[in-house]
Design a protein around this ligand. Sequence first.
Ligand SMILES: [Zn+2]
Length: 261
Amino acid sequence: MEIVEAMKVIAIPQLSDNYAYLIVDPASGEAGIVDCAEPKPILEAVEKEGAHLTSILPTHHHFDHVGGNEELLAAVPGLTVYGYDDRVPGLTLTVREGDAVRVGSLEGRILEIPAHTTGHIAYYFEKERAVFTGDTLFAGGCGRLFEGDAAMMVQSMQKLRELPPETKVYFGHEYTENNLDFALTLEPRNSALQQKRKWAAQQVAGGGYTTPTTIESEEETNPFFRWQSEELRQTLAEKFPDLPMDDVSVFAKTRSLKDNF
Ligand SMILES: [Zn+2]
């Protein structure tokens, strides 16, 4: 039996705290890049892997995720550029929920997860148990509500919560320490959260990354996955006695507190 190496994912730091991710299909040598702000380190990683870059997989149109598209296209002509709408520079293939994305023999599909922007998408590789969530889901946090509201973000989060717990989550920014500090203000007694905060500090202090996380870890630690948490609700009820305790109100209050944290 021939054993084919699984999908390889390489995190590539961009700008001050962004991540792009190079996805490599070992079977074909083909690669795709999730988000691109700075082409140079991406092209270096492609060369180091001996890979053949064929596509850009942008999560949303913000400059720190697509600002390098044109330059990358100039360096590697003919790339397929996926995206939700033409706010993505260089777009060649408009995609919607459930559409297929191919990197060599790897096949992912699109999940629409709007609210940070209306066109925000995730790339979900079911067989490989990996999802690329851009600025919608971070380790311990979620993106700001620039183009959608809390109800829309709750739906996007719910869609991600339904993925298998072991699914690896590759997110768009290294905000984890700050996110977990905020989470601890709502759930100071959550031991999984306390442990993850310590782990994140060690990772970052050692020059490492906190990406990827997993759906399971987010279920245990992320206040934006935990609007049903009793401790979180208790904290909010004590601080805001008039707050309605439906899911969207709890989520919206959590998000507005984080905006000012
Ligand atoms: Zn963004």
